[in-house]
Design a protein around this ligand. Structure first.
Ligand code: SAM
Length: 315
């Protein structure tokens, strides 16, 4: 597997960012760190939940638009998928792109990525599958792409919603710079009834809670910390001013947690902010796209208007 970021570097980045995030005035950690092996499997379980409408809704939109996507030049070249996870949605596209030469899934969760790539290889044996274990917020210029192949970027799952608006613009710009002339199919979750949103991120079965709390377990395991998981609770709340769902881990008491030599104090009710999931209508996302130099060619939604899949081009 191509390792854009060596594992030792990822370990060092994890330590540095966790210590920085937990010693800040408002404790916050990037949602990318939710995805170790356990976190990636828990995320897959989330996508199967009744309450989690995005996965099945996006799959429906993709299925309805396959013939249109198959006409994009990159469907006969290389498809680069950002935050590919289980590559489940990808199978739909790969089945509809018989002339695709290269599939390059990029994900920070290295083992999960390898398993997914092996499954794709077994299903599509004539395709060159080149998994890249990397943080796609780091420079993408080193992706091992062939300059003569047209590129289609696939960025599903509303992963772009995990970024603050200015970060989303910077990321989309860096994708355009690394892959000039590419098209992109990007999944974006839309604003909707607050109860539906909160349920999707705080399901009755507690799978999302387990996904969020796994971050503390990961810090215990990888950084030798002593988080007591029973002393924290998962919270999902709608921030209407920012049009986003926020996930937090709330301390249930005053407590001190040790990460190696570092002591972190929590007061009761204080939270660690672990994820944002911004919700954009078409106009709001078109603005982000245009600020980053992409043009919206098309925007498709489901009959209930829950989710959008946009087709972008880099002029
Ligand atoms: C919301 S999940 C979406 C997974 C899948 N694409 C889907 O649509 O169901 C986000 C995915 O992006 C990956 N990811 C998150 N931040 C990342 C980063 N900075 N670099 C690379 N992968 C990242 C996670 O490991 C996870 O697989």
């Amino acid at each position: 597997m191509t390792k854009h970021v060596p594992p030792a570097q990822q370990d060092a980045d994890f330590r540095k960012e966790i210590l920085q995030g937990l010693t800040a005035d408002r404790k916050a950690v990037s949602s990318k760190w939710l995805y170790d092996d356990v976190g990636s499997h828990l995320f897959e379980a989330i996508t199967e939940l009744d309450a989690y409408y995005p996965t099945r809704t996006e799959l429906g939109i993709l299925e309805a638009q396959l013939r249109k996507y198959a006409r994009l030049p990159g469907a006969r070249g290389a498809m680069v998928e950002l935050g590919s996870g289980s590559s489940r949605k990808t199978n739909l596209l790969l089945g509809a792109f018989p002339d695709l030469s290269v599939y390059m899934p990029v994900d920070i969760s290295a083992n999960h990525l390898k398993e997914a790539a092996d499954r794709v290889r077994r299903t599509f044996p004539s395709l060159a599958v080149i998994p890249v274990a990397a943080d796609f917020t780091q420079p993408l210029g080193k992706l091992p792409l062939l300059p003569e192949l047209p590129v289609l970027v696939f960025f599903p799952g509303s992963t772009i919603g995990n970024f603050e608006k200015s970060e989303a613009v910077a990321l989309l710009k860096s994708i355009r710079t690394a892959m000039p002339g590419a098209h992109m199919i990007v999944g974006v979750d839309r604003p909707k009834d607050e109860a539906v949103l909160v349920d999707a991120y705080d399901d009755p079965a507690g799978v999302t809670a387990a996904f969020n709390l796994n971050l503390l377990q990961r810090i215990n395991r990888e950084l030798g910390a002593d988080f007591d998981l029973a002393a924290f609770e998962h919270r999902a709340l709608w921030n209407s001013a920012e049009s986003r769902i926020e996930m937090h881990l709330e301390s249930l008491c005053d407590q001190t947690v040790r990460i190696g030599e570092t002591e972190i104090q929590f007061v009761s009710g204080e939270t660690i902010h672990t994820e944002n999931s911004h919700k954009y209508d078409e106009a709001a996302f078109a603005e982000i796209a245009s600020r980053s130099g992409w043009r919206v060619l098309d925007s498709d939604t489901d009959p209930d208007g829950l989710f959008s899949v946009l087709t972008l081009e880099a002029p």
